[in-house]
Every structure is written in structure tokens, then in C-alpha cells.
Design a protein around this ligand. Structure first.
Ligand SMILES: [Zn+2]
Length: 322
């Protein structure tokens, strides 16, 4: 394992902050592709740090016991937003900047934007494909999924189907993606898989292990790892869905959400997903039912819901008629 410090800065009170890449290369001259695994862009999304740990442990072990099995390069960027991770905050502390909304600028000025650009350039220089790993926000838990923007689906979708996620969601472009790492890597011809799994401020070993197995499988399928390498776990065929197969379910009344199902359940139409309750009066304000049959892949974990708050997302089994 070679440790590279891509950039760094001194904090006012003499602590050094560094952007680290851990790199693994084949022992002999081999020409497999190069993978970048990036996590921690948002400092409160900790699920990916565990995946980085499993991946580094696996690659170090491979290097000791079966070095010939590595046919391409792997570059792990295990925690790319250290100031935010130290605070477990989504945003870069101080100015409160979202590092994953600073890319694609012609003239980046803030330290955060310059830092993000150093990361972006380093990934473009070292990778033929990239995985950018995220968790959800404080309110919602997400089943492991790859999110693919329509315009990149030709290059990204075949890769996404190997990652052992529960689903792959192909959706239209929106303005907010234009300044993200994933979008800018794809624009620069580095196919980038944006993975979302779990929830922020938490670490879900079950999802981390699933995604680690998915990365090993992806590397085997792409010739980065030899065919004799064992994938640690069963590999799923993800459900591939388009935007019109996703139904968002929201609360109509404000109150506390009590779920009656589990994430990952396949729910039938009219199945009760949960209730909105009023803890002061002891009333049930609303019973929330599934509007269709499909996989429940997003579920509200934070109980406090306002009117209009997202409670669940369901992937419909079939595309609805136009
Ligand atoms: Zn994120």
C-alpha cells in the first residue's frame, strides 16, 4: 500500500489536515483498469468509512497472500473531507460549504472548492472508473442503491449492475448535480457510480459488508482482480428502475411517524406503512398506505414529520402506463 498526500493545510492551532489516497498496484506489469473508491465527501455520512476500511484490509491481505491476483490499480480515498468528518457534519465547518457542490467551477476560490478540485484532478489522473459512496440524511434510511443520471447510463449502468446494491435508479439530470464529484467525473469520461446506502451519523455493518462484497465483485467483473478471487458473500441482481417507477409517499399531517413495515419489504397496494400520531392528545392523525406494489427502499427513520415530509419511497414492480 502506498500512501499519497494529495494536498493539505495547517489549521490556526497547528493541526495539519491532509487529503490521503491509499494506492495498490500490480506487482508485475499488468494492464487491468484502475478503480477509485471515494468516501466521506459529506462528513456526517459514515457508512462509507467502514467500506473503505474493509476494502483496505482486503487489499493489504491480497498483497501479502496473493499479490498476482491484482491485475489493475485500486486507489482508495478513505475520508476526503476530514474537517467535516471530525465534526460529523455534512458541510465543511466554518463557512459551512457543501464540498460536493463546489465542482465544475471555472475559478474556485474557497479552500473547500480548491480542496475538492485537488481531489477531482487526482481521481481523473488515476482512475478509469470511480465509486463515490454516500449515506442518506438524518431523516431517511436508504437501501443500498446506485443513482445514475440518464445521460451517463450507457457507460455507468453496466457497471452499476455488478455492485451488489438492492437497486439501480436511473433518473433525469437536475441542476444541483452539476457541481457534484460524480457528475464531473462522468463528464470527464471517468464513469462514476454514485452509491447511497444507510443513514448519516450511523454505521450499518450489514450494508457495509454488502457493499464491500459488491466492490470485490465489480473489480472481478472488470478485470481489476483475477477470476480466482473469492467474493465475500452472495451477489444480488439489483432491481433496475426508472424515475417513473419511483413513488414518493409523504405525510399529510404533522406529527410523529410510527412505521409498521421494514425497509427492504415488498409491500402491496394499500398496505399500511405506518401512522402519524399526536403524542399529546393520544390521537392517530393519519394512516399512511402504500399507493402501489413494490420494494420499499427509503424509509423515514427520524420520527418527527411535518406536513409534506417524505416518509417512504417505493420502487414499483412495473413501469406505470404513460
Ligand atoms: Zn453525501
Amino acid at each position: 500500500m502506498n500512501t499519497h498526500i494529495i494536498t493539505g493545510f495547517d489549521t490556526p492551532f497547528r493541526t495539519r489536515v491532509e487529503l490521503v489516497r491509499q494506492s495498490f498496484a500490480p506487482t508485475e506489469k499488468k494492464t487491468g483498469p484502475r478503480l477509485a473508491f471515494i468516501t466521506g465527501l459529506h462528513g456526517d455520512e459514515l457508512e462509507g468509512l467502514y467500506v473503505a476500511h474493509r476494502l483496505l484490509q482486503f487489499l493489504k491481505n491480497l498483497n501479502e497472500n496473493d499479490p498476482g491476483a491484482l491485475l489493475g490499480e485500486v486507489h482508495v480515498y478513505p475520508a476526503v473531507n476530514p474537517p467535516a468528518i471530525n465534526h460529523a457534519s455534512r458541510l465543511w465547518p466554518g463557512p459551512g460549504i457543501d464540498m460536493n457542490r463546489t465542482l465544475g467551477m471555472k475559478h474556485p476560490e474557497s479552500l473547500t472548492a480548491l480542496w475538492a478540485q485537488s481531489l477531482f484532478k487526482d481521481v481523473v489522473r488515476h482512475a478509469d472508473l470511480a465509486v463515490d459512496f454516500h449515506a442518506s440524511n438524518l431523516h431517511l434510511r436508504e437501501l443500498p442503491q446506485v443513482r445514475v443520471i440518464n445521460e451517463f447510463s450507457k457507460s455507468v449502468l453496466p457497471l452499476a449492475l455488478h455492485t451488489n446494491t438492492d437497486l439501480v435508479w436511473v433518473h433525469p439530470m437536475a441542476d444541483l448535480f452539476a457541481s457534484t464529484l460524480g457528475y464531473n467525473l462522468n463528464k470527464s469520461k471517468v464513469p462514476a457510480l454514485v452509491i447511497e446506502a444507510g443513514i448519516c451519523h450511523r454505521l450499518t455493518p450489514e450494508y457495509g459488508n454488502q457493499m464491500f462484497a459488491g466492490l470485490v465483485h465489480l473489480m472481478k467483473e472488470n478485470g481489476i482482480l483475477a477470476k480466482n478471487v473469492t467474493v465475500p458473500g452472495r451477489i444480488k441482481n439489483p432491481l433496475e428502475i426508472r424515475a417513473n417507477q419511483v413513488i414518493s409517499v409523504s405525510a399529510r399531517r404533522a406529527g410523529f411517524f410510527i412505521p409498521e413495515i421494514h425497509i427492504g419489504d415488498v409491500v402491496g397496494e394499500d398496505r399500511v406503512l405506518g401512522t402519524i400520531i399526536d403524542p399529546v392528545k393520544g390521537d392517530v392523525l393519519e394512516e399512511i398506505k402504500s399507493p402501489g406494489t413494490g420494494l420499499l427502499f427509503t424509509l423515514r427513520e427520524h420520527p418527527m414529520a411535518g406536513a409534506g415530509s417524505l416518509v417512504a419511497r417505493i420502487a414499483l414492480e412495473k413501469e406505470p402506463p404513460p
